[in-house]
Write a protein that binds this ligand. Structure first.
Ligand code: SF4
Ligand code: SF4
Length: 355
């Protein structure tokens, strides 16, 4: 019989109490630590998560992590939070603005007792090539800090996503550990279309576009196709619903490229990575959006494991993959799981234990 990867589920329906969330996380971690990689006191361990966009509240809160931080601090003296700069032009697109947002959301040394490091430097340019020999990339450009650490805990808030359908551990690893150039290469060529009839000329798309690919002509948004990198940020920024991405084979390629970057990040860091997915406040779009959205489905709890593919696959299975398909018609979120299996990032069969 095939050896199944173990995965752990801690159910949690009440996300209003930080105490209960801390308890749930500590229970899950204790159970997982029976199999967790051994860490030496002087090793560098990063906790990778998103600090959320400036005006949003859906991100993983720092006060939920106190119990986990206590357990991790017993393992290593060199513990820190890590994140990379964003591609789009909000405050988190450079390290200075990013650290301000992180601090405003409770992520600084005074609040948590551990520092925050932005892995790709001041402007997102500090990356290192990692060979992967994938289908789309021979090498991927991973933010430099990930090439220097010894172990990582990858905390991912599960949401939908306008280009991958589903965002969890694979996206946190693939997009979240790439340098700015690496993020650009994953996004290329998924072009949006602007409806002149629906456009109100508000300019929100121009403001958010990272590559100046939208202008206004006669008070209507127009796309400069040659400049567009297909990041999809404008589709979410447009409140009039005037911008849509044409879902075709490019959306499949986006997921496949993201997963190849996840493989590169895993290769750069090494085998000591633990993954925990937070299945709460599962919104249509990810925490990079500068607006709050309602949850698509009831909160479930925490899923932990040692392989990003099964952590995401189990998350989709428990939530229901149809939730993501309905939120983003035309995008099959299973593409990322199947491509990850194909490039040997991890198996998709698992044995689930409830903690
Ligand atoms: S998809 Fe293109 S036009 Fe839209 S924000 Fe991204 S780069 Fe700009
Ligand atoms: S955000 Fe939408 S409505 Fe506003 S200018 Fe851009 S396309 Fe037009």
């Amino acid at each position: 019989m095939q050896n199944l990867s173990k995965i752990y589920l801690k159910r949690l329906v009440d996300w209003t109490s930080a105490e209960k969330i801390n308890e749930a996380l500590a229970d899950l971690w204790q159970k997982m630590s029976e199999e967790a990689p051994q860490i030496k006191k002087d090793e560098f361990m990063a906790i990778k998560l998103s600090f959320g966009e400036e005006e949003t509240s859906g991100y993983i809160k720092s006060e939920w992590l106190a119990s986990l931080l206590k357990l991790l601090k017993e393992k290593t003296e060199n513990l820190f939070f890590v994140e990379t700069n964003t591609l789009y032009r909000e405050k988190r697109s450079n390290s200075v603005g990013h650290l301000y947002v992180a601090s405003a959301h409770g992520y600084d040394i005074k609040t948590t007792g551990i520092p925050v490091i932005i892995a790709d430097g001041l402007k997102g340019r500090e990356g290192q090539y990692v060979p992967i020999r994938g289908i789309h990339f021979e090498n991927v450009k991973i933010a430099k800090t990930f090439c220097e650490i010894d172990s990582m805990v990858c905390l991912s808030h599960v949401t939908g996503h306008m280009q991958s359908g589903f965002a969890g551990a694979l996206k946190n690893l693939g997009m979240g550990c790439a340098s700015r150039a690496g993020k650009l290469l994953q996004h290329s060529r998924t072009l949006p279309e602007i409806s002149i009839e629906k456009c109100t000329g508000c300019g929100a798309c121009m403001k958010i576009c990272p590559s100046n690919a939208i202008g206004l002509k006669k008070k209507k948004g127009i796309l400069v196709k040659e400049r567009c990198i297909g990041c999809g940020e404008c589709t979410v920024a447009c409140e009039a619903g005037a911008i849509e991405i044409k879902y075709d084979e490019n959306v499949v390629k986006f997921q496949e490229k993201m997963v190849e970057y996840a493989l590169g990040a895993k290769k750069a860091i090494g085998p000591k990575i633990t993954y925990i997915n937070f299945l709460y406040n599962m919104t249509k779009n990810c925490d990079c959006m500068s607006k709050n959205e309602p949850s698509m489905t009831p909160d479930i709890g925490l899923i932990g494991g040692f392989n990003p593919v099964i952590v995401d696959k189990a998350s989709m299975d428990i939530i229901g993959v149809d939730v993501f398909e309905q939120a983003h018609p035309g995008i099959d979120p299973m593409v990322q799981i199947l491509h990850a299996e194909k490039i040997n990032l991890g198996a998709t069969q698992y044995e689930l234990t409830e903690v």
